[in-house]
Design a binder for this molecule. Sequence first.
Ligand code: CMC
Length: 440
Amino acid sequence: MPKDALTITDQRTNQTLEFPVELGTVRATELRKFKTSPDDFGLMTYDPAFMNTVDCKSSITFIDGDKGILRYRGYDIDDLAENCTFLQVAYLLLFGELPTPEQEKQWRFDITHHTMLPESTKHFMNGFRHDAHPMGVLVSTVAALSTVYPEAKHVHDPANRQLQTIRLIAKMPTIAAYSYRHRMGFPYIYPDNDLSYAENFMQMLWRMVEPKFAVSPVLARALDILFILHADHEQNCSSTTMRVVGSAEADPYLSVASAASALSGPLHGGANEEVLRMLDEIGSLANIPAYIDRVKKGEFKLMGFGHRVYKNYDPRARIIKEVADQVFEVTGHNQKIEIALELERIALKDDYFVSRKLYPNVDFYSGIIYEAMGFQPEMFTVLFAIPRTAGWLAQWRELMDDPERKIARPRQVYTGIVHRKVGRKTEVKHEARDVVGVKG
Ligand code: CMC
């Protein structure tokens, strides 16, 4: 009779124990019952980069990496991209359901009426170097908002959490647009409450002297869809950062700034910027085979390819390819799409990529669209951070309500010198145990 249990024999001691299997997992702390002596701290799991560690129970985002499925709160990502706005999806991620018309009206009102940055924050942003990378400006400015809203530290107060959630989602496009305007040396443009979330962002980026900025509805919708696709992706590097920092009860501005810092890395959200550099470096279709050979030799990675979870086509990349066609009808063709398509075609029949299940990820095509829309590569990760803020906050709120929440604190195996004294020659002995563990 099958049983939801795991039986393990510790061959060091011949001890056999049975552990319950719950939701396809065993509790790692249960393994501590295996001890070689009474003062042994107990057996631990070793899992660098959390390759096989479940850190939380979550009801926000579901991914089946083998089948290429991504769902927010049970809705397929393509269903949401086709039928919803980003603000509806943000509401869904945060509160579990798509908003009713009344809820949506209130939600849009709340977000629209918190888009302004305090003037002191605007001046703070002026202090960055003229060519400061927008992602560094965004991270620092979000962190700085912690000083503007010190009440945000009351993380156990649900009403306060709600207010900071609204502020963060509302102000992210403003910070992003100002980070760009600062780099360009252009004056900052205040939000326009008549416009949608994406339209308002676009006018803050690009409006010059005209009293009303004419936003292309096709481009605004394309940006809104890209925001939906990037809104959450369960326990990735930045969401995990959000949960780790949040678990220490840091305020949400500092936690989001930490998550955005993680996102900036080229192996995470920074990949979209790198894809464009790569396509520029390749330059023409004729150079692709030689470039792929260098990737296969291990000289560098093919940016925008591969994923820790997807071992199939990233469903977001498929939708982005469709959005690209609509964008190019307005902006004209971006030649880099030809290189990207050919790169994908060659890679997907090459055994190196096939055997490792390396497919294009969300970052492979997004940069090409962003560039066609007029964004500089330095803005690409900032564009990722705007919608992902909804995901980070949904993860944070879920964490704060989790009855099992504790400060995140992994263990280590200490491999350094056991003990020595300054000025004395000692025998160097290394200890492959957690020193804390040895002490119990
Ligand atoms: N180009 C060439 N080889 C690759 C690539 C790539 N893009 N990605 C993985 N590999 C190889 C890797 O070298 C390894 O080969 P081997 O088994 O011979 O050592 C094998 O595939 C498995 O890769 P891994 O590094 O163990 O996989 P991982 O899960 O640790 O890393 C990743 C996932 C996304 C960091 C990695 O695929 C990568 O660096 N990709 C390029 C950067 C990128 O596009 N990042 C965006 C990810 S999607 C958006 C997001 O989540 O932020």
